[in-house]
Design a binder for this molecule. Structure first.
Ligand SMILES: [Zn+2]
Length: 140
């Protein structure tokens, strides 16, 4: 049954979810070429790069920092499931807003306009909370 899930995940990721999957292939190729080793988290492929940041999802692939906790991997894998549900809408509904929000929060803290502790919870916005929920449920 699990193998069926894995095959279905990859087929849907590479068809309906092709926009983010193509982005993931480009990211993966450039990471492979720069000497990073791919790893497997359940049935997604991921890379570990740098420190002091979170991670991002790119279809059936994701990238995290080198010391990412399980919760970050689950969250990014949760975005991978959102991709097979939302397909071509994924970049516009979730990925781009999520990236803008991530950097906005980072800049606000870096420039001293707010303390990190004064920001609303990271999962306070629907798409992040949903990714975390999916990740915990399916990749626990
Ligand atoms: Zn996220």
């Amino acid at each position: 049954m699990k193998i069926f899930k894995v095959i279905l995940f990859w087929i849907v990721s590479c068809t309906w979810g092709i926009l983010m999957a193509l982005f993931g292939v480009l990211v993966s190729l450039s990471l492979l070429l720069s000497g990073h080793k791919p790893k497997i988290f359940h049935y997604l492929v991921y890379f570990e790069v740098g420190e002091n940041w979170g991670g991002f999802e790119a279809g059936p692939f994701f990238v995290t920092n080198k010391v990412a906790e399980l919760t970050i991997k689950q969250h990014e894998a949760g975005h991978g499931l959102q991709n097979i549900m939302l397909g071509p809408f994924m970049p516009f509904l979730i990925c781009i807003p999520s990236a803008i929000r991530y950097w906005y929060r980072k800049i606000i803290v870096k420039t001293g306009r707010k303390k990190a502790s004064d920001l609303p919870p990271y999962d306070g916005i629907w798409f992040e909370g949903w990714a975390t929920q999916l990740g915990k449920k399916h990749f626990g």
